[in-house]
Design a protein around this ligand. Sequence first.
Ligand SMILES: CC(=O)N[C@@H](CCC[C@H](N)C(=O)O)C(=O)O
Length: 371
Amino acid sequence: MEEKELIHIRRDLHRIPELGFEEYKTHSYLLEFIKELPQDHLTVETWKTGIFVKVEGRAPKKTIGYRADIDGLPLTEATGYEYASTHEGQMHACGHDFHMTIALAALESLANEPASNHVVFIFQPAEEGPGGAEPMLRSEAMYRFKPDCIFALHIAPELPVGVVSSRAGLLFANTSELFIDLTGKGGHAAYPHLTKDMVVAASFLVTQLQQIVARRVDPLDSAVITVGKIAGGTVQNIVAEQARLEGTIRTMSPEAMDRVKAEIEKIVQGIELAHDCSASIDYGSNYYQVNNHADYVQKFANLTKGLNVTYQEASAAMTGEDFGYMLKEIPGFMFWLGVDSQSGLHTSRLSPKEEALSIGAKLVVKGLREL
Ligand SMILES: CC(=O)N[C@@H](CCC[C@H](N)C(=O)O)C(=O)O
């Protein structure tokens, strides 16, 4: 696909970011594109807002899968692009517009000239939450499309265009969302002794949670607890009856995740006692770590040599990806694609360089034809 068309598609998709399992316009856009391709070797099936596409191989020995996530984030865009999001408060701030464009370009190449093996494209909803990979994996459709190996990419703002990176073993962390609600006795701000202040309780809780990472987790088995949002109370002169913390937990192993959760539960019980309140914990959606299979990473690294691309060994990151569930059952790998943006993932000014689109597309096509 010409660079001009790649950019055109990416910008179209960038304008219409949608949240997990609400990717209706995105779904239609993808289906429209797929409909225009030569259909002789294609089988297309939809699953919720996701899509499976199989391209029959010429002399198949196996089926190679490629997964692209399709949802956006609840964030107001501040890039100033003329093609900025037209959906108020929603943005492709994690590069899924890039991921989809590259997948469509690869699909077009394969539909016009099938590979030797069968190829399956998985357009997956809700990566940012509540998680589409696991239910898609368990879907009835997956029996018809399940590949023998699979790969995916994620844009990397901190890497220059022309650089890709990956590693054997752990690439991304285990994640769990974290929602804690506190309820106590509110009242007049002038009579604090008659109340149980949930703003104070929440403040203690936030600082105590940080001690889990500092003092209860082996420093060599890292963990992260981030409270990204805290809300409580109504006005300045009422002692708050309610407070809510929203955050995320990241660990390098599923066992460490269990330990961190057990520690959180102990601390929350302590808060209930100390502040005479009731608390509830909800872990929202949880993602399994992304564990790359060493032999596929090696094959991928070799494959980059034929293209004008530099392969670098990546470090493990505390980002999460529900692609980890796919890799738990199907051998394969994920890699970072350099897009050189000053602003990082999940920021309102993320500005990936579009020159990376054709590099991503060439790599994915080569992977699907040669892995
Ligand atoms: C690549 C990336 O940024 N992924 C997200 C995954 C979100 C998982 C879940 N909603 C959570 O917040 O725990 C990330 O934040 O790493």
